[in-house]
Ligand binder design. Structure first.
Ligand code: TXA
Ligand code: MG
Length: 351
């Protein structure tokens, strides 16, 4: 299949091109599109055949449910069995935005979209191109991240093309995304609201709006597999670069020294080594490749660069990656959740 790529300026949307994109979705085809978090691979959420195509294009296990993207709060009534008051509060505070809510599903949502689960994940993205595509298609759009399963999520249209060219009808190129890591997922189907995947919206922000403490799924914190995460997707080895990655955590000077000595050891073994550093430290490393995640003073830029840098490591065929740690104040938990998975929880702690 030829994959059509169209460029859309999010501040001046080309209506004709977007109508064409919407028609493809309505016809059951797949269209990748930008959201504020990462690029999504969209298909008609209520058409089981479209969902099956999504799993096939990504090579994704079919027990891993998809997020349904909506453009109006009233769309919720079509796909959720009941709308708890927490969902209204959270949507007033954070939608459109990087928050996904898990609710009991209605009959309208096919099992193919929810991986057979009785619940459905729902999000209203905060991106003019994504909202326009949903409206123009006349559908609700099921969209996982638009990467091949197991690769880092795409933050630019070129990443989508790398993984999915020839497998989907269209890629809408709306430029690089703003946030760079996937939405926060909150489960509202249990007695206490629980974060199943950390993201830009933090547990504190959610607790403030709900007036109750929001817990974090213990299954995503465990480094081993003693507890299973509740979101099926969190159990897979996601976000992983091809190279073996190690995170070095501790005081700045000690981290610099340790990483530089690890680089020397590995180069002596003939390995191509990359270091993931920051604007503040990048000059202090001597490796084959030194990549900067941005400034430590700007944690948003660190989230924005993460997946692009992991993809760069793949492109450069490095065999070993040593990375600084990024437990930054607000979204550090979300960033480290992705980093730890990329590193298979391999961390050297220096105190
Ligand atoms: O930011 C995002 O959420 C992006 C953009 C495109 O919106 N989408 C995204 O989708 O990250 P995906 O499919 O890559 O991740 C969805 C996650 C998976 O871990 C999946 O297991 C979980 O959401 N999930 C979906 N439905 C669920 C459900 N009913 N119960 C528990 N977890 C669910
Ligand atoms: Mg994904």
């Amino acid at each position: 299949m030829d994959t059509e790529i169209i460029k859309i300026n999010k501040d001046d949307i080309d209506e004709k091109l977007m109508e064409h994109a919407g028609e493809l979705i309505a016809k059951g085809e797949l269209v990748a599109f930008p959201t504020e978090t990462v690029y999504g691979l969209g298909g008609d959420a209520l058409d089981p055949e479209a969902s099956r195509k999504i799993y096939a294009a990504k090579g994704r296990p079919s027990d891993n449910p998809l997020i349904v993207h909506i453009s109006e709060f009233s769309d919720l009534k079509r796909i959720a069995k009941t709308i708890p008051p927490e969902a209204k509060k959270l949507s007033d505070a954070f939608w459109p935005g990087p928050l996904t809510m898990i609710l009991e599903k209605s009959e309208a949502v096919p099992d193919a979209t929810t991986g057979g689960m009785g619940t459905v994940a729902i999000r209203m993205p905060n991106h003019p191109v994504a909202l326009d595509l949903i409206r123009k298609s006349g559908c609700l759009i099921a969209a996982p991240s638009a990467n091949t399963s197991g690769r880092p999520s795409p933050t630019e249209a070129s990443h989508v093309a790398e993984d999915l060219s020839g497998k989907i009808a269209m890629i809408v190129d709306g430029g690089p995304v703003g946030i760079g890591i996937e939405s926060t997922i909150i489960d509202l189907t249990e007695s206490v609201p629980m974060v199943l995947r950390p993201g830009y919206i933090t547990p504190d922000m959610l607790s403030d709006v709900l007036g109750v403490e929001v817990v974090i799924d213990p299954g995503i914190i465990a480094a081993d597999d003693t507890r299973k995460p509740k979101a099926p997707g969190m159990k897979y080895k996601h976000y992983a670069p091809k190279a073996d990655m190690v995170i070095v955590d501790g005081p700045k000077e000690k981290v610099l020294q340790k990483i530089n000595s690890l680089v020397i050891d590995n180069r002596q073994e003939g390995k191509k080594v990359a270091v993931i550093a920051t604007e503040e430290t990048k000059e202090s490393y001597d490796a084959d490749v030194v990549l900067s995640m941005g400034s430590r003073r700007d944690e948003d830029s660190i989230a924005q660069h993460l997946y692009k840098i992991l993809r760069e490591c793949d492109d450069l065929d490095v065999e070993k990656i040593f990375s600084e740690s990024f437990s930054t104040p607000r979204i550090g938990q979300a960033i480290m959740n992705r980093m730890l998975k990329a590193a298979g929880h391999h961390v050297i702690n220096l105190d």
